[in-house]
Design a protein around this ligand. Structure first.
Ligand SMILES: Nc1nc2c(ncn2[C@@H]2O[C@H](COP(=O)(O)OP(=O)(O)OP(=O)(O)O)[C@@H](O)[C@H]2O)c(=O)[nH]1
Ligand SMILES: Nc1nc2c(ncn2[C@@H]2O[C@H](COP(=O)(O)OP(=O)(O)OP(=O)(O)O)[C@@H](O)[C@H]2O)c(=O)[nH]1
Ligand SMILES: [Mg+2]
Ligand SMILES: [Mg+2]
Lengths: 291, 279
């Protein structure tokens, strides 16, 4: 693991008052490979190692720790700080508050919508699940089943196949029916699909969500920066959800996404059941990424 | 790259970043860069054009020759294909594409809805079956996937169907009980038709990073993979992790998915793939 690699780099450091640059540069080589293997975007790795280098060079060698432990601690602390603070709540503003789920195909938006609805219901809210994915075969049925499984009302759309109109009507209906939160499940889309990105922007303008959650698969590789940045540039993401963290991907996408979308990672998906939603723990994620 | 400019460090750095950014992975990237640098020295390469060719050749060399084989359906009848992979990669949609392709070639196709777990999984495949115009075998939601696979095979045998495509639930490869379930589905298929499944395809999301290697390794063990389909390459991701998978496990890529429609499937072409990797 990283600590062992650091130990090897630093075993020649003896009786020095501060961490010398040669040792640090060699340590950074190991750190760079570890982060790349963890799927952190290569540009983000470059920025990160530069930051760590600044912090490490000239640090006095504290007698309580070995130099290896010191550098590892700098890396871990820096990673944890970048990944973001502890529990950041959902912004539920408006009557009803609107949460818009967005992201690439298959990232886990529909399942997360169900988890979120259950989570909010358990906190005394009255959520409404709204199917805005009119494209994927049986997507509406999927959300209907999800809603019934978590016992949360589902917005029936009849023959309506206009996602913008569906969203608008759902929010209007929610007011009358006293739902205080509306969750808009949208279709997966590519960040380079101009028409579909415009569709999301129109839904946003019509419904004024207080949360636009970018739902990302935690096993995403280098592409994470491209898609996250485009969604953020075009919509203004307010929070990130990382899914499938019950897998064994190192999850470097977390750092990549956080670096380009400077918004909190609010929630994580840790399984396929509706209870499998957790708050994000930056310390655990830092350890996971470092391997 | 502009032709006939001298090669400098920027060119090699650009190569390294291009490979890393394509999810080729740190180790394989360093290996490719090392080989390219060696050839630049040995062959005294001075033109950027020639460098570009060397880079493509070295990358192309990582893809085993026999990868070029596509699926030969004449080997067996019914020809049974089991489709597996982690959650959300595009298995169900890929089955629809394969069904459309082979139906278009005059084959009779039968689908097996063996994802009995996920909400509306059966309905989703049924809609595709109706759209493409092929029959489907299904049981109630929550029933045993192995039973669906079994009944699909017996139906295919009695109808003289050419191709059977069996859809399975997405599953994370680190979940032992789910991988055991998959092994059981496979055993039931083998028992019902010796030699089947004739192909077991891993559907890999093109945006996946190095975890793709772990996925391939685990599914190879549990389900004896014979090929891969890489999806969502119509996006900006390059799917470079397949180079490591092909090298480490010798699993060929059969098709790539380039969209959400029934026609959005292309046979894997190693040279074309390498070219898009560097554009
Ligand atoms: N193991 C695990 N599976 C998950 C998690 N979140 C979602 N899934 C699974 O991932 C797959 C895709 O989930 P969906 O909710 O359909 O994804 P989506 O983003 O709505 O997909 P599209 O609407 O097609 O873009 C399903 O098999 C889900 O059960 C998670 O946290 N862990
Ligand atoms: N852009 C693009 N989207 C794709 C491609 N293949 C599948 N998709 C989309 O990815 C999402 C997931 O596809 P599914 O076929 O449901 O994936 P799956 O592997 O069966 O999912 P689970 O059964 O839940 O594990 C859907 O929105 C598909 O339309 C592709 O090649 N390109
Ligand atoms: Mg969905
Ligand atoms: Mg499926």
């Amino acid at each position: 693991n990283l600590q062992d690699k650091m130990d090897r780099v630093f075993k020649t450091l003896r009786g020095e008052a501060s961490l010398n640059e040669w040792h640090i540069d060699n340590a950074l080589k190991e750190i760079r490979v570890a982060l790349l293997e963890a799927d952190v975007n290569f540009k983000v790795v470059k920025e990160f190692t530069t930051r760590v280098r600044e912090k490490a060079v000239g640090e006095n060698v504290l007698t309580a720790f070995s130099p290896a432990q010191q550098v590892t601690k700098i890396v871990r602390d820096e990673l944890q700080t970048l990944l973001g603070g502890n529990e950041v709540g959902l912004a539920l503003v408006g009557s009803p508050a609107v949460i818009m789920m967005a992201g690439l195909q298959g990232s886990g938006k529909t399942t997360t919508s169900g988890k979120l609805a259950l989570h909010l219901k358990n906190r005394g809210k009255r959520p409404l699940l709204v199917p805005c994915d009119v494209y994927r075969p049986a997507a509406i049925e999927q959300l209907r089943i999800v809603a019934s499984n978590v016992k949360v009302p589902f917005f029936e759309i009849g023959d309506n196949r206009d996602p913008i109109d569906i969203a608008r009507k759902a929010v209007a209906d929610a007011r009358t029916l006293l739902h205080d939160v509306v969750i808009l499940d949208t279709a997966g889309r590519l960040h380079i699909d101009d028409d579909l990105m415009k569709e999301l922007d129109t839904i946003k303008r019509e419904t004024r969500p207080s949360e636009i959650l970018f739902v990302a698969d935690s096993m995403t590789g280098q592409d994470a920066v491209k898609s996250a940045k485009e969604f953020d540039d075009r919509l203004g993401v307010t929070g990130i959800v990382l899914t499938k963290l019950d897998g064994d991907a190192r999850g470097g996408a977390a750092l990549s996404i956080k670096s380009v979308v400077n918004r909190p990672i609010k929630l994580v998906g840790i399984g396929e059941k509706y209870v499998d939603l957790d708050v994000f723990h930056p310390d655990r994620m830092a350890s996971r990424i470092l391997g | 790259m502009t032709p006939d400019l001298p090669i400098d460090k920027h060119a090699i750095d650009g190569l390294e970043e291009g490979l890393l950014g394509a999810d080729v992975g740190a180790e394989l990237t360093m290996s490719i860069v090392g080989r390219v640098e060696g050839r630049v020295r040995d062959e005294k390469i001075t033109s950027m054009d020639r460098l570009g060719q060397v880079i493509r050749d070295e990358t192309r060399a990582l893809i085993p020759e026999r990868q070029i084989a596509t699926i030969d359906l004449s080997r067996a009848r019914p020809f049974v294909i089991l489709v597996v992979g982690v959650n959300g990669t595009g298995k169900t949609t890929t089955i629809a594409k394969l069904a459309a392709r082979w139906k278009g070639e005059g084959k009779s196709v039968l689908l097996g809805a063996a994802d009995t777990f996920r909400a509306a999984a059966i309905e989703q495949l049924q809609m595709w079956a109706d759209r493409v115009g092929v029959p489907m075998v299904k049981h109630k939601a929550g029933s045993d996937p192995a039973a669906v696979a079994h009944d699909t095979i017996t139906a295919a045998k009695s109808r003289g169907t050419d191709v059977v495509l069996i859809d399975t639930a997405g599953r994370l490869h680190n979940k032992a009980h789910l991988m055991q379930e998959l092994s059981k589905v496979r055993r039931v298929i083998e028992k019902e038709l010796p030699g089947a499944p004739h192909e077991t395809l891993l559907v890999l999301d093109g945006t996946t990073g190095q975890n793709g290697v772990n996925q391939a390794e685990a599914f190879l063990e549990a389900a004896k993979l014979t090929g891969m389909v890489v999806t969502k390459l119509d996006g900006t991701a390059k799917g470079g992790v397949i180079l490591s998978i092909m090298r480490q496990f010798d699993i060929p890529v059969k098709f790539i998915g380039v969209g959400e429609g029934a026609d959005d499937l292309i046979p894997f072409d190693p040279q074309a793939y390498v070219d898009t990797l560097f554009e």
